[in-house]
Design a protein around this ligand. Structure first.
Ligand code: F6P
Length: 361
């Protein structure tokens, strides 16, 4: 059986993308007569017809390499149906190029936005399979996305390194970790790195509670405090505002970085010496950790099996120790936020880590 497979990576990159691409390719070559077309730069490449026929050797020596050999870009889902100044009907163009390439199916590696477009293309009649990647781990229906565990390692390393300098200087260190809507990465790294407070978007914080953490530590003769804060964390007041109102407030305060706002407030409230650390995109870089290499490979192999069986309109997922697949129409666009009852939140609270929210003692 011959199958022509188009493959693309879309949205923010993360470690493990190449391992997953390799997994799809190797398992496909082993299972059937596969021809693989690499589409460059995400959906943009599919819209513009930017692709190349791949050779087997192009999938060698990429297991450990970060980023994506195919390149990526963000083409927001909300713009997919819009015809811009270029007068291109993006959905029609993608369907046309799929046909032109003679594809039997399209494999899309991406996060929530990528899955929404994958679902749209599936509903438009294309054979699509999704693979869930993101350092945010916020895709519904899978226990973990690939890229997440590597980012947890990197963020934990940042917190570890901050400990010694915080202790040496008697400082409050506010470490801002990526995650605009979801706090998984901050929660895991905060627990692994022994942060004293973890602030995430799903559990709005009270700055007075943050101050209390520092005061309590001072009373226990602990001369420094580490606060792990997710990029999208907000205080209780901000959480009640509309997005535009919140942005205006932040512009007035002179910064969009939550860590900078918190450090400034704490210095004003307690007269402590505080610093901010923002690793930013470093969290998306580097070689995938062993866990992500394995997960990416398992996801890739499962995708090849789905192609072999002719099962489309699905996205691959991890359930416990099994690799399964969910219907794209059921999971695309559904977020997976941290919930207050999540066992990781409970574990952290049991360890005395404060979320500085209304549920803290
Ligand atoms: O979705 C992954 C992510 O790294 C988020 O954590 C972060 O908010 C966003 O991407 C940053 O996007 P960009 O690379 O476009 O700045």
């Amino acid at each position: 059986m011959k199958r022509r497979i188009g493959i693309l990576t879309s949205g923010g990159d993360c470690p493990g993308l190449n391992a997953a691409i390799r997994g799809v390719a190797r398992a496909s070559y082993a299972l059937f007569d596969a021809e693989i077309i690499g589409i460059r730069g995400g959906y943009k490449g599919l819209i513009e017809g930017d692709y190349q026929e791949m050779t087997k050797s192009q999938f060698s020596n990429i297991l450990t390499v970060g980023g994506t050999i195919l390149g990526t870009s963000r083409t927001p889902f909300r713009e997919m149906r819009m015809v811009g100044e270029d007068n291109i009907d993006k959905v029609a163009a993608m369907k046309e190029n799929y046909k032109k390439m003679g594809l039997d199916c399209l494999v899309t590696l991406g996060g929530n936005g990528t899955h929404k477009t994958a679902n749209l293309l599936s509903q438009e009649g294309l054979n699509v399979i999704g693979l869930p990647k993101t350092i945010d781990n916020d895709i519904f229906g899978t226990d973990f996305t690939f890229g997440f565990h590597t980012a947890v390692e990197t963020a934990t390393d940042v917190i570890d390194r901050i400990h010694t300098t915080a202790a040496s200087h008697n400082r409050v260190m506010v470490v801002e970790i990526m995650g605009n809507k979801a706090g998984w990465l901050t929660l895991y790294a905060g627990l692994a790195g022994g942060a004293d407070a973890i602030l995430i978007p799903e559990l709005p914080y009270d700055i007075n509670e943050v101050a209390k953490v520092i005061e309590k530590r001072a009373m226990d003769n602990k001369n420094f405090t580490i606060i792990a804060v997710a990029e999208g964390a907000m205080d209780i007041k901000e959480s009640r505002m509309k997005r535009k109102e919140r942005e205006a407030k932040r512009a007035e305060e002179g910064t969009s970085f939550v860590s900078v706002r918190i450090a400034k407030q704490l210095t004003e409230m307690l007269n402590v010496d505080s610093r901010t650390v923002i690793p930013g995109h470093i969290l998306r870089g580097g070689t995938p950790c062993a866990y992500d290499r394995i997960l990416s490979t398992q996801f890739g192999v499962h995708a090849a099996q789905l192609i072999s069986n002719g099962t489309y309109g699905v996205t691959v997922a991890l359930h416990g120790d099994r690799i399964v697949h969910n219907s794209l129409s059921e999971v695309a666009g559904v977020a997976k936020p941290v919930t207050p009852s999540n066992y990781m939140v409970k574990t952290a609270r049991s360890m005395g880590i404060s979320f500085c929210d209304t549920q803290d003692d």
